[in-house]
Every structure is written in structure tokens, then in C-alpha cells.
Design a protein around this ligand. Sequence first.
Ligand code: B1M
Length: 280
Amino acid sequence: MPLTIDTDTEWDIEDLQYDIEDTRETDRWLDAPAEIKEAFHQLEWNIIDGEHEDTIDLIEPCLEAKVTARTLIAGPMATGIAEVGRRFKMDEYFLPEVMMSAKCMHAALGRLKPLIIAEKSEEIGTVIVGTVQGDLHDIGKKIVAMMLEAAGFTVVDLGVTVPPEDFIDAIREHDPDIVGFSALLTTTMNMQWETIKAIKNEGLREQVKVFVGGAPISQAWCDKIGADAYAQDALVAVDKARAVMSTYHNMKGGDPELHAAMIAMDEERERAKAESATAG
Ligand code: B1M
């Protein structure tokens, strides 16, 4: 039986900072057994400190204790890299530190990927993902790709700094149901728009549903550039991709009704969350 640990509780990045820095302990994962909580805490610090040679050694005992790959990704890996981002923003960290932390994330994802992919039991569609031109960030995109694959999609990952013409070639070659653009920089988010325009110009827009994601991306941006769905994280990406295949498959890419249906899914999730918070 996998060990269930709550990683859904939202944390505030400022609170997280004080939680991590003041105590070098953590107020998170209160439902985890003490030794797992300590292991999560060490993994979080491993990512913050960028000690990538040791990352796998910290993951193995968690896996042996039946912690799932998803819990590790949504738990200590997410909080560790978030704190790295905060330090970078505040000029407490510079590029070399961030690169070392990214190496930890890549080492961890390399170990966890086969475990996530092994969950795949059906084949439900094809998704092309890529980080848009000019942008080298790929950790989040890799997580999204892994989760989609586990959910039953064939995922074609075009990598990073993907020019619009490569997305177009890939759409022609693979005939995907969905194409997902990742962008982590305010300076590259516009390439999501340019890529949609290029897809339209090639007459391919109606045959694919376009998903957008990445830290600076929002529903408002998705609306503005005429993408079909915004996914704030990998779980939302999977939910919406599944819905596209099961409920909205007959709608064309760019259909305003599809766009509205994707927004309604977010509203429904928020409503359910609020209800369960009130009930709890
Ligand atoms: Co960069 N970086 N970085 N960086 N980096 C950010 C993005 C930044 C916010 C840091 C900061 O200032 N706090 C900042 C951007 C500021 C801005 O644009 N306003 C920044 C900057 C400035 C830069 C450089 C310009 C720095 C420089 O050179 N001076 C440079 C740019 C290089 C380039 O791309 N041309 C740069 C470089 C780097 C590294 C190479 C060192 C490294 C990337 C390594 C790699 O990815 N291979 C790096 C990192 C690691 C970060 C931070 C710290 C972490 C990003 C990350 O992996 N997050 C980041 C800080 C931050 O984001 N707060 C930062 C974890 C990941 C799980 O989350 O990617 O958001 P995320 O993915 C989520 C969702 O967004 C969503 O699902 C994912 C999983 O839940 N999602 C999708 C993402 N893509 C999706 C696609 C979909 C659906 C959902 O389609 C289906």
C-alpha cells in the first residue's frame, strides 16, 4: 500500500521561507511518519543546497517506505525549488546556485520517471509538449509530460527553446490531440502567442487543442492569446487533457465553448476545494 501524505495544502512562499529558514525544520506534511517528515526535510534542503550527488540517496529510503513518486514531486521537491526561486528573485542566489538546484531536480525526476510512467495502463491520445523559443526552463514541462504519459497519453516532448516551425512540423508528423506550450519567462511568454499565430497561419489551429502553462502564465493570458486551456500545474493539465479526450473530443481547437468548458473545470475545482475547507 502506498503511504498517503497530504501535499495538497497550499503554502505561501513567504511563510515557507520562514518555516524553512527559522527552524530548518518544517510545518508541512504533519500527517507523515516522523522519519518520512525528516527525509522530506532533507530532500528539500538537498535541492536548496544544490547537492545533486546525494539527491538519489535521499529518495531511495522514501521509495522503500512506500512514499509515491507523485508525493515526492508535489511535496519536498516542489517546496525546495520554490524556495530556490524566491532566493534567486531576492538576489540571495545567483545562476550557479540555481543551476545546481536544477541538477538535483533533474536527478530526482530521472529516478522517478519510470515509476510514474509504469502507471500507464491505457492509450487515450497524443500530446506534443515543448518549451517555447528562447526559454531553457524544462523542469515543470518534464513533470507535466510524465503525468500525461502516466494518464495514458503518448507524449512527444520537443525539448526547450522550440521555434514555432518545429511545433508545426511536429503537428504534421504526429497528428496530436493537444499541443502544450511551456514558458517560464515574461520575455518568452509572447512566443506562446507567436506559436499559436503560426499554427493558425498554417491552417492547423482547428485540429489541435492548445494548452499553455508556466509560472508567468495565467487564465487571462490564455484568454488573450486564444489558447484553449490554461494549466496551473501538472494535475490540472492531466484533468483538462482527459476531459478533452472524453467529453470535448468533437470540438475543434479554438472553439469558444471548449475554452469556456476548461474555465468551468477550474471554477468547479475551486468550489469543491472551498466546500471541503468549510466542511473540514
Ligand atoms: Co530561471 N527564472 N532563469 N532558471 N528559474 C525563473 C523562471 C524566475 C521566475 C526566477 C526568479 O526571478 N524568481 C526568473 C523569471 C523572471 C521573469 O521572467 N519575470 C528566471 C530568470 C530571470 C532566468 C534567467 C533569465 C536568469 C539569467 O540568465 N539572468 C535565465 C533564463 C535562461 C533562458 O531560459 N533563456 C534562467 C535560467 C535558469 C536555469 C537554467 C538556471 C534554471 C532552469 C533549469 C531547467 O529548467 N533545466 C532556472 C530555474 C530552475 C528557475 C526557477 C528557480 C525554478 C523553475 C522551476 O523549475 N520550477 C524559477 C523560479 C520560479 O519559477 N519561481 C526561475 C519548478 C516547476 C515544477 O514549476 O516550471 O512553474 P513550473 O511548472 C509547473 C507549472 O507552471 C505547470 O506545471 C508545472 C508542474 O506543476 N506548467 C505547465 C509548466 N509548463 C507547463 C506546460 C503545460 C501545462 C502546465 O502545457 C501542457
